[in-house]
Design a protein around this ligand. Structure first.
Ligand SMILES: CCCCCCCC(=O)SCCNC(=O)CCNC(=O)[C@H](O)C(C)(C)COP(=O)(O)OP(=O)(O)OC[C@H]1O[C@@H](n2cnc3c(N)ncnc32)[C@H](O)[C@@H]1OP(=O)(O)O
Ligand SMILES: Cc1cc2nc3c(=O)[nH]c(=O)nc-3n(C[C@H](O)[C@H](O)[C@H](O)COP(=O)(O)OP(=O)(O)OC[C@H]3O[C@@H](n4cnc5c(N)ncnc54)[C@H](O)[C@@H]3O)c2cc1C
Length: 664
């Protein structure tokens, strides 16, 4: 037993109570036995390499942190090349290095933008250089004056037929590119979004590949002003990233650096639009939003892993007769706050896996010039991105609170995790696009068109507008069909209500604007239905391993029923359930929490995170929390001297003066 009541063996005891096969759950979480093996190997590779240490990261100055990020990125690349890692392995290695940096944007947005919007010829020219890191790229879309409103961007790319070149220019202060990651200090190139002007006409926003820095000495090219936009929220955290500012003063680039898959400018300056839909301009955002959903489950599962393990270690208050103190995980309030987050981590994981499949499917269809599923892919990625990121940010903060005071220490890993994660709510936009898609679908259903995919349920309008839930006992809520029906009815009724109210407005745009808060709620209901449905569908698959499916069934019920409890107002006001049925759902939740309790530690073990990746003294696998907390404190630079800097100037004179006064 450790000093002061911490019991490392406590977690071994917790693991012994698990009622399922943890290895089987690891496979369900990772997606396949192969995925577990690769992830495990890459996580250990990173954890055992001293260059990837991150335990003092929050104590570094911004400059030190940035240099450390450059070092880690270069070292990661060296290992990738030396070990001839596959793309899958390399992606995982970067994930476990766990330090935001220019490489995220290079691989995550620059390369996909060229792949999605470049012609075959352009891909052949630029991608090999990007793949070998002969150039470093970023994605320069947002400006000081406009972020969400992409059509409002002001940077211009004016074609000069006499030189066969585009002239890139920043005409106003607000047209300065502002925010792009990797732009400030690292990138040599960018995909820049600018208004295309040719033959005196403005054709709107298009993408251009622009070289920004010399490949010899990294200095900005003539006419290019570059810098970092300054420190960001939290210590360590996203400050490792050089989010940047960029201005152009009549910078010339060759015509063939306009990304020309969607539209072209001819040698004479004629603008030609191809048969590819113009929405593909936003294709990189669909791609990256899909990865952001997958990242949500990673961030959430890390926070939950820390909070569950620590809650099993931490004890507060004894029994009335002076018996042993209670693990805080045994408090019903702790369970009712923590277990829905545990269930959400699994729910987001499975919806993320499905979304990856959807994206791959859409990409294959686009290659075959079938654009029919693009609107649904856009709505799903935008909606899921928005719902999962905001819930995850809230959940990380909730996990911090669930760890009490120690959760507020940097060494718990939770403050930095929150600070790194929270901008995910902001970048890549909000939910309004989903609502537009829903309103279009409602209008199409009214004309008799049968919707497909995630909106197929809307075709069942006759039933869903009128049905009443048949739930009569708490256990009836264990039936996935009962859950699905009420989530579908709620989402459809909220969408139809919005459509009806919009139709009463003087114009559709006014209706949209007036009802946008309600539209947002309808969009959230639709997205929550998708998450619940994909979890239920996952359970229809063959899931090997004793007890694994049973645990997932419990988590699925918890995920859905906690949403029902949280949004009870929606379910009641749309008449989908009665107050009694709502109370029964809550009753079942309490029972499910008790059933999850003995499995909680094993359920977070199934995430298979190394202590390095978790980066938390509270979430250690061995549970030896108190000695680690104690040891971490002494590493703080403030403890380098016993008497602090500043004592002679500010403390000593004060104390002496007070002493003199008291002697008077
Ligand atoms: C690697 C990890 C780190 C990530 C770092 C983050 C990087 C970034 O932040 S990059 C910058 C991201 N920027 C944004 O996300 C901007 C957010 N803004 C939006 O999404 C806006 O709503 C935006 C741009 C779609 C509005 O576009 P605009 O053309 O004015 O609007 P709109 O008329 O609504 O849309 C036009 C059509 O395109 C469709 N559409 C919009 N977006 C997409 C899309 N991504 N894919 C397919 N179709 C789309 C709409 O549904 C609409 O279709 P229809 O005409 O059939 O109704
Ligand atoms: C850490 C970080 C990294 C980033 N990386 C990149 C990058 O690599 N490349 C890049 O180009 N950009 C990047 N961005 C920029 C990011 O994409 C934008 O911040 C984002 O799109 C939001 O735009 P904005 O900041 O202008 O907010 P605004 O659009 O000004 O939004 C402010 C508020 O207004 C609301 N709002 C805006 N329009 C509407 C509307 N039509 N209806 C209702 N409400 C609305 C928003 O929801 C928000 O609440 C990054 C941002 C961050 C924070």
């Amino acid at each position: 037993m450790a000093d002061g009541g911490g019991e490392p063996d406590q977690l071994a005891g917790e693991r012994a109570t698990a009622q399922f096969d943890v290895d089987g759950m690891k496979v369900a979480w990772a997606g396949s036995r192969h995925a577990v093996e690769v992830a495990d190997r890459m996580a250990r590779l990173v954890a055992s390499d001293p260059v990837f240490r991150k335990d003092t990261r929050t104590m570094l100055s911004r400059k030190e942190l940035f240099k450390d990020t450059l070092k880690k990125a270069a070292h990661a690349w060296k290992r990738i090349v030396e070990l001839r890692l596959t793309e899958e392995e390399a992606n995982l290695l970067r994930l476990y290095v766990d330090q935001p940096g220019y490489v995220d944007l290079h691989w995550g947005m620059f390369v996909p933008a060229i792949k999605g919007q470049g012609t075959e010829e352009q891909q052949k020219k630029w991608l090999p250089m990007a793949y070998k890191f002969q150039i470093i790229g970023c994605y320069a879309q947002t400006e000081l004056g406009h972020g969400s409103n992409v059509q409002g961007l002001e940077t211009t790319a004016t074609f000069d037929p006499s030189a066969d070149e585009f002239v890139m220019h920043s005409p106003t202060l607000t047209s300065s590119k502002w925010w792009p990651g990797g732009l400030g200090k690292a990138s040599t190139h960018a995909v820049v979004y600018a208004r295309l002007i040719t033959e005196g006409k403005d054709y709107g926003i298009h993408g251009f590949i622009v070289q920004l820095r010399s490949l010899d000495d990294h200095s900005p090219l003539p006419g290019v002003t570059l810098g970092d936009i300054g420190g960001k929220f939290g210590s360590g955290a996203y400050n490792s990233m050089d989010n940047g500012v960029l201005r152009f003063d009549h910078v010339r680039i060759p015509r063939d650096q306009m990304l020309m898959r969607l539209s072209q400018v001819t040698r004479e300056g004629k603008y030609v639009h191809s048969d590819v839909p113009k929405q593909l301009l936003y294709g990189t955002m669909v791609y990256v939003r899909q990865t952001i959903v997958a990242d949500a489950s990673k961030a959430l599962s890390r926070a939950v892993c820390i909070a569950v393990r620590y809650s099993a270690i931490r004890k507060q208050f004894g029994s009335q007769d002076g018996g042993p103190e209670t693990q805080v995980l045994n408090y019903k309030t702790q369970q009712s706050r923590l277990f829905p987050l545990l269930a959400s981590a699994y729910a987001y994981r499975f919806v993320g896996q499905w979304l990856k499949w959807l994206y791959t499917d859409v990409t294959q269809k686009l290659e075959a010039k079938d654009y029919s599923t693009l609107p649904e892919a856009h709505a799903c990625t935008a909606g899921l991105k928005s719902v999962t990121t905001s819930a995850t940010a809230d959940a990380i903060e909730e996990c911090r609170k669930l760890c009490g005071g120690h959760g507020y220490l940097n060494s718990s890993g939770l403050p930095e995790l929150f600070a790194v994660y929270v901008p995910a709510c902001t970048y890549e936009g909000d939910n309004v696009q989903v609502a537009r898609f829903l309103m279009k679908t409602v209008a199409q259903v009214a004309t008799g068109k049968q919707p497909v995919g995630t909106i197929a349920y809307m075709g069942n309008i006759q039933h869903l507008m009128q049905c009443k839930s048949a739930v009569n006992t708490a256990e009836d809520w264990l039936n996935p069909a009962a859950i699905k029906e009420v989530f579908e009815a709620r989402a459809l009724r909220m969408a139809v209500n919005c459509a009806q109210n919009i139709s009463k407005a003087p114009s559709q745009e006014e209706g949209f604007s007036e009802l946008s808060p309600d539209l947002l709620e309808a969009a959230v209901a639709h997205v929550q239905l998708i998450i619940v449905t994909k979890f239920i569908e996952k359970l229809q698959e063959d899931i090997p391993g004793p007890g694994v499916k049973e645990q997932l069934q419990k988590l699925c019920s918890i995920y859905a029923l906690h949403l029902l409890h949280k949004h009870l107002g929606d379910f009641l006001s749309t008449g989908c359930i009665t107050a009694r049925q709502g109370a029964l759902a809550n009753e079942l939740l309490g029972k499910l929490y008790a059933q999850v309790r003995p499995n909680a530690v094993a359920l977070v073990d199934a995430f298979d995170y190394t202590d390095h990746y978790l980066g938390s003294v509270l979430g250690r696998y061995d549970g030896d929390v108190y000695p680690a907390l104690y040891e971490e404190a002494w590493k703080d630079p403030l403890n380098e001297t016993v008497v602090p800097d500043g004592y002679q100037e500010h403390l000593r004179p004060l104390l002496k003066q007070q002493l003199k006064l008291s002697r008077l």
